[in-house]
Design a protein around this ligand. Structure first.
Ligand code: IPM
Ligand code: MG
Length: 353
């Protein structure tokens, strides 16, 4: 297969982890006879420095012309503490999601058996947890307008908007995903308080009969935040709006033992995008210590998305072997055992393909 991959490494540890994922993809190409053509483009703070725009038109064009996008991370501390900054790296990410039509963000959470003990939660509680959070990605408060400040600067407002069309398309995707798994779908909302949640709930109930084999239930987001920690094995597929999904998936990541292990896929229109769920981790940038597994596993999702199931599995198996043999970075290394560098982990995984 010939595949055009846009590579948007971004900020912080982005270039390092994306480099390791590419190493692994190259090993897949060599082993299985595929041709992967990479095209790099700037995004985030790196793009602001180069062009003044966190998601320049030229980068958008590279994404549109590709089959898939491999994304690293964006964010730079120099923008975080400046409430007056006019351009922010995050704006680029949001614009990219919207303009590529990436309305669904799939964040799978699985506990690697050999890492279960690394979880801050009790091992017996997390062992066997395996669910996917489907986060709506191009609506809700992130994009609702008006958003801003009153003239005197003392009042601020955001708007949360969802249309029937936006809700239906993400629910269809979530129902179908549940159908391919353990057939249980949990809609997470705040229907006891907010209007958009009530519309989500109404539409999910209307759609339920189209998926009679899927068991549909509802949970308020505050309760879900508690249940995810108390009983993570109870979930199969969770579907929720943008802001709730952002928060719940960071929370869920601790179950697996490290934020550095979790990949994600964003899908919707033509081009799909694959990225680790962690951020740019600026403290680790350039030190060759960041965990490349989430990005490598995002590469596995990328392969599976384009129909290369065998190749995706080869990557997952290689990651498992690295974990079993302790070839891992410091965030998941066992106490007293050697931690490996970002590049050493990437080399090992690539060599296993
Ligand atoms: C994520 C991130 C982004 C989000 C930030 C960087 C804008 O936290 O992908 O989860 O809030 O969506
Ligand atoms: Mg987030």
């Amino acid at each position: 297969m010939e595949l055009k991959i846009a590579v948007l490494a971004g900020d912080g540890i982005g270039p390092e982890i994306v480099g390791e994922a590419r190493k692994v993809l190259d090993a897949v190409a060599a082993r299985y006879g595929h041709t992967f053509i990479y095209k790099e483009a700037p995004v985030g703070a790196a793009a602001i420095d180069a062009t003044g725009d966190p998601y320049p038109a030229s980068t958008h064009a590279v994404c549109e012309e590709s089959d898939v996008v491999l994304f690293g991370a964006i964010g730079d501390p120099k923008y975080d503490n400046d409430p007056k900054a006019k351009v922010r790296p995050e704006q680029g990410l949001l614009r990219m999601r919207k303009s590529l039509g990436l309305f669904a963000n799939l964040r799978p959470l699985a506990v690697f058996d050999s890492l279960a003990e690394r979880s801050p939660l009790k091992t017996e509680l997390v062992r066997g947890a395996d669910f996917v959070c489907v986060r709506e990605l191009t609506g809700g408060m992130y994009f609702g307008r008006p958003q801003g400040r009153s003239e005197d600067g003392n009042t601020a407002y955001d708007t949360c908007v969802y249309t029937r069309e936006e809700i239906e398309r993400i629910l269809h995707l979530a129902f179908k995903l549940a159908r391919s798994r353990r057939k249980q779908l949990t809609v997470v909302d705040k229907a006891n308080v907010i209007a958009t949640s009530r519309l989500w709930r109404q539409i999910a109930k209307e759609m339920g009969p189209q998926y009679p084999d899927v068991q549909l239930d509802f949970m308020f987001v505050d309760n879900a935040a508690m249940k995810i920690i108390q009983c993570p094995t109870a979930f199969d597929v969770i579907v929720t709006e943008n802001l709730f999904g952002d928060i719940l998936t960071d929370e869920a990541s601790v179950i697996s033992g490290s934020l550095g292990m979790l990949p994600s896929a964003s899908v919707g229109a033509k081009v799909a995008l694959f990225e680790p769920i962690h951020g740019s981790y600026p403290q680790a940038a350039g030190k060759n210590i960041a965990n490349p597994m989430a990005t490598i596993l995002s590469g596995a999702m990328l392969l599976e998305h384009v129909g290369l199931a065998k190749e995706g599995k080869a990557v997952r198996d290689a990651v498992n072997r690295a974990i079993e043999q302790g070839i891992v970075t410091e965030d998941i290394a066992n106490k007293g055992e050697k931690a490996y560098s970002t590049t050493a982990v990437g080399d090992f995984v690539a060599a296993q393909i």
